[in-house]
Design a protein around this ligand. Structure first.
Ligand code: ACO
Length: 703
């Protein structure tokens, strides 16, 4: 038994490597991987394993791992599934550190037990598993290409982690075509053992890796991933492409990898919370990676657009709004900088318009001024093909600017025109310059850079403890469990809200008519009456709710009607009584929820509440615990925010009180993990300083 874990460094920087199932047949994967390893320059300490022995590609073949002269860092296993466990046992005898299991036929087709057994055995023997169901690992250290992907890999600064094998191999090919250099490629497949978080631990410290790109289908250990992503994005950009956005896509992804994809909205919001950039497509992801790996950080937020066309300039300004790129609006400075170089008939307001008559010299002069000026932090250069602006000259001009200023200040280009312009774009891209035919693509790159930059400079938020009566919360939940229920009754939920410091409307449970009347008078009319019975969950459906009761007579009538309705709805229902509560004043109705998410653990949710929830689906999520700044960003991400600020001369609402409830509701789940769902709908928010009220609260326990 050897339970120590090998250092992940040796997966990226192996000193020796074996290929179990190496074959002399060039059509087999066992040949291709060996060929790639040797072709990448890793020629010593390479051990093909095959019972037939002999020699493959000039390397001595060993009959088994036991025969090797040294313990290896990586054994790539490429034998059929039914022989894989035997091969793993063999590797244990060799004291191998990492097993890169190419073989398919495990959890992805329902063969979970064998996969789990392989992991258990490997851990007991000090080994870790990459895969199974993968195409291998490439690292620019040494370098080593232990994949059956493309033989030649461009060395560079983007690390690619991919759950999909075929797409990963295709992306390796595409990065080469797009001239994007790679620092590492790891296929993670079924993630039986090693997952993104393990690999990120190495990559965030790796100096060769400037940007990390992940293709994800499903998350397995979300809370750990969140922790490491938050750390990673403080140091370098992380871009994620996740499939499974649509319901159909999610189904395909789940069956493809055997792992469960979290709800897409939650995934997006949690990634944003971690400072991760989510790309919509492979092209977008690769564009961002290329730009981010080559440009320097901006030193501020002032961006200037230089254009020869008004229309394309306005398009870019729209794109800037979409991608949160801030256009410089200091007119005085822009006039001083650009007046000497922009023709009289042009514009020195942002976008700087050198007009359709603008020559390449005018362009160059404006761009050089922009790139030189200390108040201008980034530049978007746009061009429409005109008779004055020829494609050939354009190519040379961009190269000249790029050579002189490469990387010193972020600059993106977009050119629109015919075949010659398209040729120039292809040529310039092959030189590593971020040029696009679509303005939105160009501005999107800058938006990605600013998102990352903003995340880097934003200090980490301290998460404060809030005073709560933990003992009472745990006690209520214990009682419910002992009662064999997985939901809290209304009075229990209210008691829990009180213990958590969340304001609820005044209410009391009456077990007879006299008490119902007495409590109504104590609380003050108008009041609401609701049935309390663990056998009746949908109270309105059962005719168990009466609103706006204004006097004693109405209370008496409502009490009798509710009792009759309840008996009619479920004759054997055990009725605890009725709940009398204050009729809540009108305010802004919001919804605040928290749930144990399968992928990410405790998640909090905020949105417009009441009847709008279903229609608008205007909610935002964060992984708990969060601080006040994150809670505010959640609120700002919804349409509830302008309402809370006060529309049409309305008073500003109690935003502070709302944030407090968001934080508390997340903490309840941290205190008591057996609560699976809490939903306050509505949480009515009153004018600033007047507080909030949790009107309806539902709490469920995990089954
Ligand atoms: N030790 C050493 N060698 C062995 C052992 C053993 N215990 N058992 C068998 N071998 C040898 C075989 O004799 C053979 O060598 P040979 O060509 O000299 O006869 C070699 O290992 C390979 O065994 P084969 O039975 O020929 O298996 P084959 O190469 O056809 O398939 C593979 C093996 C590739 C692992 C297959 O089972 C498989 O899983 N394929 C799918 C791989 C995959 O797609 N992974 C996901 C990648 S990502 C994506 O989707 C692109």
């Amino acid at each position: 038994m050897n339970n120590s874990k090998p250092d992940i460094k040796h997966l990226f920087e192996p000193r020796s490597v074996a290929v179990v199932g190496a074959s002399s047949n060039p059509d087999k994967i066992g040949f291709k991987i060996l060929d790639n390893i040797i072709s990448s320059g890793f020629t010593e300490h390479v051990y093909p394993i095959n019972p037939k022995g002999g020699e493959i590609l000039g390397c001595k073949v060993y009959p088994s791992m036991e025969d090797l002269p040294e313990a290896v860092d990586i054994a790539t296993i490429v034998v059929p599934a039914k022989y894989t466990f035997d091969a793993i046992r063999d590797c244990a005898k060799n004291k191998t550190q990492f097993l890169s299991i190419i073989t398919s036929g495990f959890s992805e087709i329902g063969n979970l037990k064998e996969e789990r057994d392989m992991v258990r055995f490997s851990h007991e023997n000090g080994m870790r598993i990459l895969g199974p169901n993968i195409f291998g690992v490439y690292s620019c250290k040494h370098p080593i290409n232990a994949t059956f992907g493309p033989k030649e890999v461009e060395r560079g600064h983007v690390a690619l982690l991919t759950q999909s094998g075929a797409l990963g191999i295709a992306m390796m090919g595409k990065t080469k075509a797009e001239n994007i250099g790679l620092s590492a490629v790891v296929s993670i497949g079924n993630k039986a053992d090693i997952d993104e978080a393990d690999l990120l631990e190495y990559l965030i410290k790796d100096e060769d890796t400037k940007v990390i790109l992940m293709y994800i289908e499903g998350i397995k250990h979300g809370q750990r991933l969140i922790r490491i992503l938050k750390e990673a994005t403080k140091l370098k950009p992380v871009v994620v492409i996740k499939s499974g956005r649509s319901k159909r896509g999610a189904l395909a992804a789940a069956s493809h990898t055997g792992s469960l994809a979290g709800a897409d909205e939650i995934f997006s919001d949690v990634m944003k919370q971690c400072g991760v950039l989510r790309a919509e497509s492979i092209d977008e992801g690769l564009n961002w990676c290329k730009f981010l790996s080559e440009t320097s950080s901006p030193s501020g937020k002032n961006c200037v657009i230089v254009t020869n066309g008004g229309g394309i300039g306005v398009l870019a300004a729209d794109a800037c709004e979409k991608h949160n790129v801030n256009l410089m609006d200091d007119l005085q400075t822009m006039k001083e900088v650009f007046s000497p170089v922009v023709p009289d008939f042009g514009s020195v307001k942002n976008p700087i318009d050198i007009t359709g008559q603008g020559t390449l010299e005018d362009y160059e002069k404006s761009l050089f001024e922009a790139l030189k000026h200390k108040e201008i932090d980034s530049v978007i250069c746009l061009g429409c093909q005109t008779a004055v602006l020829n494609a050939k000259g354009l190519k040379e001009s961009v190269l000249k600017i790029s050579e002189e200023y490469k990387g010193s200040k972020p600059i993106v280009y977009s050119y629109v025109g015919g075949e010659e312009i398209e040729d120039s774009i292809r040529y310039l891209r092959s030189k590593g310059i971020s040029v696009f035919s679509d303005v939105y693509d160009a501005v999107g790159c800058l938006g990605a850079l600013y998102f990352h930059y903003q995340n880097m400079i934003t200090p980490r938020e301290e998460i404060k403890e809030l005073p709560m009566d933990r003992q009472t919360i745990l006690g209520i939940v214990d009682r419910v469990k002992q009662d064999g229920r997985t939901f809290l009754l209304a009075n229990e939920a209210q008691e829990l809200m009180n213990a958590a410091g969340i304001t609820i409307p005044q209410s009391k449970i009456a077990t007879n008519l006299d008490d119902a009347v007495r409590f109504s008078e104590e609380i003050g009319y108008p009041v609401v009456m609701k049935i309390v019975s663990k056998d009746i969950i949908h109270k309105s459906d059962a005719g168990g709710v009466a609103l706006d009761l204004e006097n004693k007579d109405e209370v008496v009538d409502a009490y009798q009607a509710i009792m009759i309705n309840a008996r009619r709805y479920k004759a054997d229902a055990k009725i605890q009584g009725v709940e009398i509560s204050e009729m809540v004043k009108k305010g802004i109705e919001t919804i605040i929820g928290a749930r144990q998410d399968e992928a990410f653990g405790p998640i909090v949710m905020f949105g417009l509440g009441g009847i709008y929830v279903e229609v608008m689906k205007d909610v935002s999520f964060r992984a708990s615990p969060i601080g006040k700044t994150q809670a505010l960003s959640m609120v700002k991400n919804t349409k509830a925010y302008p309402l809370l600020l006060g529309v049409r001369g309305d008073e500003q609402k109690d935003i502070e009180g709302t944030l407090d409830v968001i934080l508390r509701i997340g903490l309840i789940l941290d205190i008591c993990p057996s609560i699976s769902d809490i939903e306050i709908n509505p949480l009515v928010v009153y004018d600033e300083g007047q507080g909030v009220k949790a009107v309806d609260v539902r709490i469920l326990l995990s089954k």
